[in-house]
Ligand binder design. Structure first.
Ligand code: BAL
Ligand code: ZN
Length: 845
């Protein structure tokens, strides 16, 4: 296996002035003819990438090249510099087999339609090409096929039965190429841009799904308007197409003018999609659309720079959701996701910087660190330079780099040049892995509060020393009576240890620390339960207020999971939350949901102890029962008060009420044995409540009728049945979950080659903490068994799911040995993919 290094990047010695492709589409033998106009740019041979191609001919300016230039198993075609004039046309004819393409990389078949996925290195499975993001070219694409709908990037040039020609005038790298050929129906609309151009919009779905694409279209129109208003970015083609496909490794893909989406991120109705599904559809439609400027017009020089486009585009989609919904709720949920996925990654064997400097398989680096931490880093930059500085830097970025393939250095330079600020130290956030720990101790004397901060970051693979980073610390001070005595102030920490003082204070205040989660760090501080309760009751910053309650609950749960009493203070503090709940149902719901078992385990490990999954599970259940018993009347009142009235609307207000209702239901089900859940399951008119009720029925073991009913009603709907496959492993009591998952996996409708279905069932089990980490290793064995089955079929999805094992070293030696044995079995699989091999090797290292 070959490791790629950032330090080895060299410019490509040719530019492409035009790429022409012609496809004769057929399931088993699609012909691809290419004509690529090259112009020499520097010294060197012409090197092209190709994988799994049956090459029929190769020519330079019409002169045939010997096919033995391609060696068996070789994925590179090298044409010696001596054979090449300054400008020339390279042409190739190859044959590929979409039907055999189960890896879903390149051109493949999904439910009878042809579609493509080329990021990161899929284009080489289509034809010979410089498959690297810094080689950008205009494309013209001809598609010959008897399929009724034929789509590619850019604008349509001609459409006739059996033949379509598309032209994309904007230079782009091959990873943004896309082609779709299928029997599809569109829902159509239009958008008039800020300069008055009318753009045709289509969301393409399978016949029969037209009624489920409306929300995606509305989301697209909102995205286009938002990007004009907030970033001044206008769309640049005559048409924008979105296509939904059932078999897709990722969520969606930003191909120029032709976004291809996993159908679960397009199709929604009240009866089939949850509030979370709707929110994700809006966010991902926005994300892919925003890539048109941050990713497509300005792309990455090489794949080490992936977070240049992904971190920025996630940051932009987070801003979009905040503006469309509730900024406070969005921030809290983003922090929860970051902690659950990225902090976990940073603390284990897969830790890497947002900009890695080496990899074996780039597909393994589409991670929470590149995406979500990449976005957090931009949030810090914005906080440090201010809103105006940010806007100036972004304007400069678009002006200076439009049409280019760029680096993190280019990105940092626009901030430096636009604001005059030296960002040398800040750059460490991009190059260093690991989550810094921020430790706070306080001194109080004569009206002066001194905050002593120190920062440290544990070593990560390949990075032993971690110099100090710039940490923006947003904080406020809350007086003992609950009044805010210092509004939000941002301190800039640059040293390993640093102190800041506040004078003239009447009484000792409580520090509301890291407001808005101003930096992706963990916090270690002395704070008592009374102070946390004070912040939960009075903090003016919604994130910090929620965090105070969350920490109070976490401390209680950890005490219980390690053989002590705990959780009483949190239980008491909930009285206030429940009293105020109707004023802000979304916030109350966030406060009511206890930290998950995985987070409890992470925190126990971070405090230097060994987490016991069974004890954690028991502690959480016990605290839920205590809370339910203490607050039964208030919870029941709220549950009734949040009853759905009127038609379902997938907006923030409606979602907030439903989230509070379901949070109450989870507690009440501990007392009523699932009676309310059963009634709700029967009466619910929307999937949010349906699924919520079903989850409680599974957790209380009262699920038989509901599961049968659900399967009878939705058996024909793949996306809804994914939910049925997911909630069972997730919510079944840990002792029975592996056996139940095994039974489900044996069903004929467990279509495991479909990534959504595989992730639903197998991912559902790995998200059931105590079940996956069963002491007998049955969870590990089950996962390993299925990863070994999937790897030869779909290496990308297999490799990503290996990360379920990334936390094993925090558990006891028995569990560790069992998990390692499972990984060793995977490593020994003959013909193991490069994707999975890299993941397993890193985890076992
Ligand atoms: N570029 C891969 C899918 C996405 O991040 O939008
Ligand atoms: Zn993206």
């Amino acid at each position: 296996t070959v490791t790629q290094y950032l330090a080895d990047w060299r410019p490509y010695p040719f530019e492409i002035t035009q790429t022409r492709l012609e496809f004769d589409i057929a399931p088993r033998a699609t012909r691809v003819r290419s004509q690529i106009d090259f112009r020499r740019f520097g010294a060197g041979d012409l090197v092209l990438d190709g994988a799994g191609l049956r090459t029929l001919s190769l020519t330079i300016d019409g002169r045939a090249l010997p096919l033995d230039l391609i060696r068996e198993d070789d994925e590179r075609l090298v044409i010696p510099a001596a054979d090449l004039p300054a400008s020339f046309t390279f042409a190739a004819e190859v044959e590929i087999n979409p039907e055999a393409n189960t890896a879903l990389e390149g051109l493949y078949l999904s439910g009878g339609m042809f579609c493509t996925q080329c990021e990161a290195e899929g284009f080489r499975h289509i034809t010979w090409y410089p498959d690297r993001p810094d080689v950008m070219a205009p494309f013209q694409v001809t598609i010959n096929s008897d399929m009724p709908v034929l789509l590619s990037n850019g604008n349509p040039v001609s459409q006739a039965p059996g033949r379509a020609v598309w032209q994309d005038p904007w230079k782009k790298p091959a990873y943004l190429f896309a082609l779709v050929a299928g029997d599809l129906r569109a829902i159509s609309d239009s958008f008039t841009t800020m300069s008055g151009r009318k753009v045709a919009l289509n969301v393409w779905v399978r016949p029969g799904d037209e009624g489920r694409a409306g929300y995606a279209m509305e989301s697209l129109i909102r995205s286009m308007k938002w990007d004009e208003e907030v970033y001044g970015r206008e769309y640049d083609l005559d048409v924008f197409n979105i296509v939904a496909v059932d078999d897709f490794n990722m969520g969606a893909m930003e191909n120029k003018g032709l976004n291809i989406f996993n159908s679960k991120l397009v199709l929604a109705t009240a009866e089939t999609a949850t509030d979370d599904d709707y929110e994700r559809i809006e966010a991902v439609i926005g994300h892919e659309y925003f890539h048109n400027w941050t990713g497509n017009r300005i792309t990455c020089r090489d794949w080490f720079q992936l977070c240049l486009k992904e971190g920025l585009t996630v940051f932009r989609d987070q801003q979009f959701t905040s503006d469309m919904r509730s900024a406070a709720v969005k921030r809290i949920r983003d922090v929860q996701t970051l902690r659950a996925r990225q902090f976990r990654e940073d603390a284990g064997p897969l830790a890497h910087p947002p900009r890695p400097d080496h990899y074996q398989e780039i597909n393994n680096f589409y991670t929470a660190t590149v995406y979500e931490k990449g976005a957090e880093v931009i949030g810090m930059l914005k906080r440090l330079v201010g809103d105006e500085g940010y806007r100036a830097a972004l304007d400069l970025y678009f002006d200076r780099h439009d049409g280019q393939a760029c680096t993190i250095e280019d990105w940092i330079a626009v901030f430096q040049d636009a604001t005059g600020r030296d960002l040398t130290q800040f750059k460490r956030w991009y190059t260093d892995a690991g989550t810094p720990r921020l430790t706070l101790s306080e001194d109080w004397a004569e009206g002066r509060l001194t905050l002593n901060f120190s920062q440290d970051t544990a070593p990560t693979p390949g990075q032993a020393d971690k110099p100090a980073r710039v940490i923006p610390i947003a904080l406020g001070l809350i007086g003992p009576n609950g009044d805010e005595v210092l509004p939000t102030t941002v301190l800039e920490m640059t040293e390993p240890s640093q102190s800041f003082s506040f004078d003239g204070l009447g009484a000792r205040p409580v520090v509301s620390l890291l407001r808005g989660f101003s930096a992706p760090v963990t916090v270690s501080r002395e704070i008592c339960a009374t102070e946390q309760a004070l912040l939960l009751a009075h903090d003016t910053d919604p994130y910090a207020r929620w965090q105070a309650g969350h920490d109070l609950a976490l401390d209680g749960l950890i005490a219980r999971a390690t053989g002590h009493d705990g959780g009483e203070e949190f239980n008491r503090a909930l009285a206030g939350v429940l009293t105020d709940a109707t004023a802000d149902p979304a916030f109350a719901a966030l406060c009511l949901v206890l930290p998950g078992e995985e987070e409890i385990a992470t925190t126990i490990a971070a405090r230097g102890a060994i987490p016991d999954p069974d004890a954690i599970h028991a502690a959480r259940r016990a605290l839920m029962l205590d809370i339910a018993t203490t607050h039964e009347r208030a919870l029941a009142r709220l549950y009734d008060a949040m009853t759905q009235t009127g038609d379902y609307r997938p907006d923030a207000e409606g979602a907030a009420r439903r989230s509070l209702r379901l949070a109450c239901l989870a507690y009440l089900s501990r007392l009523d044995g699932g009676a309310r859940a059963e009634a709700l399951y029967k009466s619910a008119t929307n999937m949010t409540e349906r699924q919520g009720a079903l989850e409680q029925l599974i957790a209380t073991g009262r699920d038989k009728d509901a599961l049968a009913d659900f399967a009878a009603e939705f058996g024909g709907n793949r996306l809804v049945m994914d939910k049925w496959f997911m909630v069972q492993p997730l919510r079944t009591a840990p002792g029975n979950a592996v056996a139940r998952t095994r039974e489900l996996a044996a069903r004929p409708d467990f279509d495991w080659k479909n990534p959504n279905r595989f992730r639903a069932l197998i991912g559902g089990l790995t998200a059931n903490h105590a079940a996956f980490h069963a002491a007998d290793g049955s969870g590990y064995d089950f996962l390993a068994e299925w990863l070994m089955r999937l790897d030869p079929v779909n290496p990308q999805t297999t490799a990503r799911m290996c990360s379920a094992f990334e936390t094993i070293s925090r558990y006891d030696s028995g569990r560790q040995a069992l998990a390692r044995a499972a990984l060793v079995r995977i490593a020994a699989l003959p013909g193991l993919s490069r994707n999975t091999a890299e993941m397993v090797t890193r985890i076992l290292a």
